[in-house]
Design a protein around this ligand. Sequence first.
Ligand code: UD1
Ligand code: CA
Length: 420
Amino acid sequence: MNKNFVGIILAAGEGTRMKSAIPKVLHPLCARPMLAYVLDLAKKLKLSKTLVVVGNKKELLKGLLDEYQAKAVYQAERLGTADALKRAQGALRGSSGNILVLYGDQPLLQAKTLKELMQKHLASCASATILTVSMEDPLGYGRIVRDNYARVTAIIEDKDATNEQKNIKEVNTGIICFKKNDLFKAIAKIRPDNAKREYYLTDAIKIMAEGGLRIESLSIVGDMEQAQGINSRQDLAQAQKIMRLRILDNLMASGVSIIDPQSTHIDYDCKIGQDSIIYPFTVIEKDVIIGKFCRIGPFCHLRPGTRIEDRAIIGNFTEVVRSRIGKETLMKHFSYMGDAAVGRNVNIGCGVVTANFDGKNKLKTVINDSAFIGADTILRAPVKIGRKAVTGAGSVITREVKAGEVVAGVPARPLNKFAQ
Ligand code: UD1
Ligand code: CA
């Protein structure tokens, strides 16, 4: 069914209310640009093609669009949503008969809602099928106007609505399926004679209804927040909260324990194995993989490139970045591992720190299996610790420690040498 649709994602708006130098749709939710979530939806729905209408600063979007093989269509001037679709018309020759309009600033939409909408659109043979939602406070949204038979006759934008129309609680989410040919015929008739002097896509509905074409709608019930558009940093924070809870829910459903979802932040696409436990006040950034039966936190910060293997314990006030921590290794308190490869069954004592940056380069630390790193050891990278080696409390390691060797001091030396 989905091959009957081309997805058009509108993303040319300037996002003025974000007060930002970067395009609104690149602002991240849980470390993923909001537009990427919308592109994910289009991909999940297996649409025949996805076009993205972009505006100024389009070069900043290029990387992301290439990643998804989505075609960019340029809208030089922001003349309104109908004009944005008109820009895409040329790229639609010979493509599927229906269009699904999506917005780049609605990352919370769920694929199942869109599937239902597309199904209804095809089954009813409507010229347009609108996704609507009822809101207690519909301020700012286009209102759905219906006749006595409950048929949709128009969408009236907030700024153009009469007081009576302003009382309508059912609004346009912005997501609409169209029959391509009917849409472009209607768009040709749209004029910018409204409060914003813009070409409103929503005027296509009135034009179609007046022409006797069939308009259908589907109302979101339940998960209403999915239609939320992001216009300001406040909206962004709200949406981020929802996305964060969705990520945590998915992890819990897959067998990860999260003791306190309210104080836990996990970015998009982190992998955590079954029966691992995440304690409160933990921040896990993108590109982190954690094995099974691990214990993480409280107060732990795992940054990109972290790999934690099964049954490892990363305790309180710890930070790990670009490092691998082997199976059953313990790093229970006040430690920092940066650019480190740590083997299995290693004990990293309280307060151990890798000094991995020399002011210019990030340097590697290797700690082999079953080593014992004493409390407060500083590992000045690049440095290697051999299997079963031991460093004394407070040592500063500046050169390789061989397997089985015991070193201590500043700089650390083999203990038997002290004896001499
Ligand atoms: C739009 C709808 C409104 C609906 C609301 C839902 C219109 C006229 N109104 O209003 O009925 O209730 O969304 O959130 O469509 N864009 C472009 N080029 C343009 C103008 C806009 O690409 O020239 C993009 C924006 O980046 C944005 C989307 O289209 O992603 C919607 O535009 P916006 O101006 O935010 O429309 P609203 O006033 O919110
Ligand atoms: Ca909007």
